[in-house]
Design a protein around this ligand. Structure first.
Ligand code: GCU
Length: 736
C-alpha cells in the first residue's frame, strides 16, 4: 500500500516534471512545447532528453513497451520511471502494458510479481545475487525478442531498472544483454548533518531538504526526486539529523515527521536512520543519568526503540556521535565506547536495527597526537561490540582533509564491521565553490594496502567484509545536498554524490569510468566535450591538494574551514589550531609521527609503517604528515623542500588558471546555463587558489627565510594584508 500522502507526492511530481515544466518553459521562451527544459541542474543525471538519432534508431525496436505487473509502491515507481525515461530518451511514447504483445518488451520484476519471469526459472541465480542484486538479459518470450530485468525483490528490480536506463543514457549496446550485479556493501547510507531548524552543519547548498516545521502535514514533493536520485545509484538509507543531535528528534511529534519522510522514501528502497542524543533519557525521560549500564536507562532506550519501530517498521537504526567534541557519551559515566554502542544495539536488535558507532573521537590531551587518538580509544574494543554494531570510521585519521593517509583502524579491527565514513560535502575542499571530484580520493583510499593479512589487504577488502569475513557491511557519505535548485550548489559537485553511490555499490569502479558515466548522463553525449569534462574532474582533487595542503600538510584552514590560516587563531584547544598541525619552525616543516616524535606511524601494520616511517621511502604526498623535514631537505625531484613546496602551490594555481580557459572553450558545447554557472565558480576557485598560495608561502617564508624560486609567481599582497581578509577571502571593512 502506498500511503496517501506519498500518492499525492507522485501525482504532483508527475504533473510538475512532465506537464507543467515544459509548458512553462515554452511560455517563457515563446517557443513550441517541444523545447527542452531549462538546464538548472535540478534533473541531476536523470535527464531523459532524446538521445542522438542513430542511437534512437538502434534502441527503438528493443524498447517498445514496459511490462511491470503488480502494484507495490516500488513497482509503480519502476513503471513510472521506465515509461517516462524511455519515452523521453526515444522521443516517442513507450506505453506500459500487462503482457508481451510484440518485440521489444521490457519485462521487469521478480519471480513472484511476474509470471513471465517465474517462467524463466532464474530463481537460483537471483537468490545468489541477494535481494538487492539483479539480472538483465536479452531473451525471447515466445517468438518475441525482449529484455528482462529480474531480481529476487522489487528493490533489486528498481536498481536493475536504473542500470538499464544508464546503459541507454551512456549509449551502450542493449541488444545482447547479460548483466548480473549485486552491491558490495549492505548499507549504503547518506548522513545528513541537518539541524531541526533547517540549517545544515557543513552544508553549502541551501537549507535542509526536510522541512521539519511543515511536516508531517506537508511533504515536499522534492523528496521523491531525492529518493529517485539515490535509488538510481543504489543508495539505500538516509540518516536524517545531524551527528551533533538534539534530543527533540526523538519526541513523539518529531517521530511523526520522520514517519512522513520514511513513507516518501520507502518506494525507492531508502530506509531512514536517526542520531539519538546520548543524554535523551535525562532530557526527555527525566532520568537522573544516561549511564549505559543503568537498567533504567537501558529500559528507556528499549521503549524508545519499540515506539520508533511501531511507527516505522523498516527503520534502519541509529548513528551515534558520543563522547566526541563535547557530545555526551559513555565516557561521561566512566563507561567504554563498547558499553555505549551495545546499549543501543540491545534496544534495536529485536527489531533488526543496527548501530553505526562513530570513531571520530579524540581527547583534548595537550602534547599528544590527535590523529592517533581514535585508534587508541577504539582498537582495544575489537571483538567487544554487539553483532549489530558497525564502527563508522572517517577515511583518514584527522578530519576529511584534501589528502590523508588511510585511518589505521582499517585493517586493525578484524572482529568488527568497520564502515567508512566519506565526506561528500566539501567542508575542507573549497565547499560549494571549488571543483574537487572526490572519486579519485576515494579510489586512493579503497586501494590503500593495509597489509593486515599480507599484501593485497586493501581497504576495499577490509570494509566490504571479504578480508575478515564480516557479513554486516556498510559505507556512509556525509551528504552535499540541500534546497538549492541544483541540489549541490556547484553544478559539478553533483558528480560527488553520484560517485559516492556508484562506489558504494562497487568500490572497484575506476574514477574515470564514473566521471565518464556522469558527464554523459548529466551534460552531453558529444565525446570530445564529455572527455574534456572527465579530464577536468579527474585532475581537480590533486589541484586542490596542491594549492591548499601539498606534500602531506593538513588542517591549515581558517575557522569556516574554507580559506588558509596557517598562522592560526585563538581556539579553546591546541589541536584545533593550524599551527598544531603544520609545526613550521626555523628548522623545518611537518608533524613528526615516527619514533622520533609521537610514533603514531606504529599504528599501521608493517611494512606500511616502515615505508611511511623512513624518510627515504615515505611517499611525497605524505611527507609532512609523518615527518618534520628541514627546509633544505633534498626531495626526489632534486629540489629543496622549500622550492618543491612553492612549486606545488604554484602548480595548483596554474591548474585553476588553465581550467578556466579550458572551460571557456566549452562554450556552445553544453547548455549556456550550466556553462555560465561553472565558469563563475571556476573564477572564484582561481581567486581562492592564489589566496591559498600567497597566504601559506608568505607565512612559511617567515620560518624558511628562503627566496621564492623561479617559476613561482610572486605574491602581490603582503602577509599582513592577507591576514586582514575575512574567512572567505574578502577585504574586511576598513575602520572609519
Ligand atoms: C568535523 C566538522 C564538524 C563535525 C565533525 C564530526 O569536525 O567540522 O562540524 O561535527 O567533523 O564529524 O563529528
Amino acid at each position: 500500500m502506498i500511503p496517501k500522502n506519498t500518492k499525492e507526492i507522485f501525482r504532483r511530481f508527475h504533473f510538475v516534471s512532465r506537464i507543467m515544466f515544459p509548458a512553462v518553459v515554452a511560455l517563457i521562451a515563446g517557443v513550441s512545447v517541444s523545447a527542452g527544459p531549462v538546464e538548472d541542474g535540478y534533473r541531476l543525471w536523470l535527464r531523459y532528453d532524446p538521445l542522438p538519432a542513430e542511437k534512437v534508431a538502434a534502441y527503438r525496436s528493443h524498447v517498445t513497451a514496459v511490462v511491470v505487473t503488480g502494484n507495490s509502491g516500488t513497482r509503480a515507481a519502476i513503471r513510472r520511471e521506465l515509461v517516462g525515461a524511455c519515452s523521453g530518451l526515444l522521443g516517442r511514447p513507450v506505453p506500459a502494458t500487462n503482457e508481451v504483445n510484440g518485440a521489444g518488451a521490457l519485462i521487469v520484476g521478480t519471480p513472484k510479481s511476474s509470471t513471465i519471469i517465474a517462467g524463466l526459472k532464474l530463481d537460483q541465480q537471483l537468490d545468489a545475487l541477494g535481494p538487492e542484486g539483479f539480472l538483465i538479459r536479452s531473451v525471447k518470450i515466445g517468438s518475441h525478442p525482449a529484455t528482462v530485468i529480474a531480481s529476487a525483490s522489487d528493490l533489486g528490480a528498481l536498481y536493475g531498472t536504473f542500470h538499464f536506463l544508464r546503459l541507454m543514457q551512456t549509449l551502450q549496446p542493449i541488444d545482447a544483454l547479460n548483466v548480473s550485479e549485486k552491491p558490495r556493501f549492505g548499507l549504503r547510507v547518506l548522513d545528513h548533518w541537518d539541524n531541526l531548524d533547517g540549517s545544515i552543519e557543513r552544508g553549502y547548498a541551501g537549507r535542509s531538504l526536510w522541512n521539519w516545521s511543515e511536516l508531517p502535514e506537508k511533504v515536499d514533493a522534492r523528496l521523491v526526486d531525492y529518493a529517485r536520485a539515490n535509488a538510481s545509484i543504489g543508495i539505500n538509507g538516509a540518516v536524517l539529523n545531524n551527528v551533533n543531535s538534539s534530543a527533540k528528534s526523538l519526541t513523539p511529534d518529531y517521530l511523526k515527521k520522520t514517519v512522513a519522510i520514511a513513507d516518501a522514501l520507502r518506494p525507492y528502497g531508502m530506509r531512514v536512520y536517526l542520531v539519538p542524543r546520548f543524554s535523551s533519557p535525562m532530557e526527555l525521560g527525566g532520568l537522573k543519568t544516561a549511564d549505559p549500564l543503568d537498567p533504567e536507562v537501558a529500559a528507556w532506550w528499549q521503549a524508545k526503540a519499540d515506539e520508533i519501530y511501531q511507527l516505522i517498521p523498516d527503520f534502519g537504526g541509529f548513528l551515534v556521535k558520543a563522547s566526541s567534541e563535547g557530545q555526551p557519551g559513555p565516557l561521561t559515566y566512566k563507561r567504554t565506547h563498547a558499553d555505549g554502542a551495545n546499549m543501543f544495539a540491545a534496544a534495536l536488535a529485536p527489531h533488526g536495527g543496527v548501530v553505526m558507532w562513530r570513531a571520530f573521537v579524540y581527547d583534548a590531551k595537550p602534547g599528544s597526537d590527535r590523529a592517533g587518538q581514535a585508534y587508541d580509544a577504539l582498537q582495544p574494543f575489537d571483538g567487544k561490540f554487539a553483532t549489530n554494531v558497525l564502527l563508522q570510521v572517517k577515511n583518514g585519521p584527522l578530519d576529511f582533509q584534501p589528502r590523508e593517509p588511510f585511518h589505521p583502524l582499517f585493517g586493525s579491527m578484524p572482529q568488527t564491521p568497520v564502515m567508512p565514513e566519506l565526506q561528500i560535502t566539501q567542508e575542507y575542499l573549497g565547499q560549494a565553490n571549488h571543483v574537487a571530484f572526490l572519486a579519485t580520493m576515494w579510489r586512493e583510499f579503497f586501494d590503500s594496502d593495509t597489509f593486515a593479512k599480507g599484501p593485497g589487504s586493501t581497504v576495499a577488502k577490509v570494509v566490504d567484509g571479504s578480508l575478515f569475513g564480516q557479513k554486516l557491511t556498510g559505507i556512509a557519505g556525509v551528504a552535499n545536498t540541500g534546497s538549492d535548485r541544483n541540489w549541490t550548489g556547484h553544478p559539478l559537485a553533483q558528480a560527488n554524490w553520484f560517485a559516492f553511490g556508484r562506489l558504494a555499490w562497487n568500490p572497484g569502479l575506476s574514477a574515470k569510468a564514473i566521471a565518464d558515466e556522469w558527464g554523459d548522463m548529466t551534460f552531453t553525449h558529444d565525446r570530445a566535450t564529455a572527455a574534456e569534462i572527465t579530464r577536468i574532474l579527474l585532475e581537480s582533487r590533486e589541484a586542490v591538494v596542491d594549492y591548499m595542503t601539498p606534500l602531506g600538510l593538513a588542517h591549515i584552514m581558517n575557522d569556516p574551514h574554507y580559506g588558509p590560516e596557517p598562522w592560526g587563531h585563538p581556539v579553546p584547544r591546541e589541536d584545533w589550531n593550524p599551527v598544531y598541525h603544520h609545526r613550521a619552525a626555523a628548522d623545518g616543516l611537518g608533524f613528526e609521527r615516527t619514533a622520533k616524535g609521537f610514533n603514531t606511524v606504529s599504528q599501521y601494520h608493517p611494512p606500511v609503517r616502515d615505508r611511511f616511517a623512513d624518510l627515504a621511502t615515505c611517499p611525497d604526498e605524505f611527507l609532512l604528515w609523518f615527518h618534520h623535514v628541514p627546509w633544505d631537505y633534498q626531495m626526489r625531484s632534486g629540489r629543496t623542500l622549500w622550492d618543491e613546496l612553492c612549486l606545488r602551490y604554484q602548480r595548483g594555481v596554474d591548474w585553476t588558471v588553465k581550467t578556466r580557459k579550458d572551460w571557456a572553450a566549452l562554450a556552445g558545447k553544453i547548455d549556456p546555463e550550466r556553462h555560465a554557472a561553472v565558469a563563475e565558480k571556476l573564477a572564484i576557485q582561481e581567486r581562492d587558489a592564489k589566496w591559498w598560495r600567497d597566504a601559506c608561502l608568505l607565512y612559511f617564508q617567515t620560518f624558511s627565510k628562503c627566496p621564492f624560486p623561479d617559476g613561482m609567481e610572486k605574491p602581490r599582497r603582503t602577509l599582513d594584508e592577507i591576514k586582514a581578509l575575512d574567512g572567505y577571502g574578502n577585504a574586511v571593512k576598513q575602520k572609519q
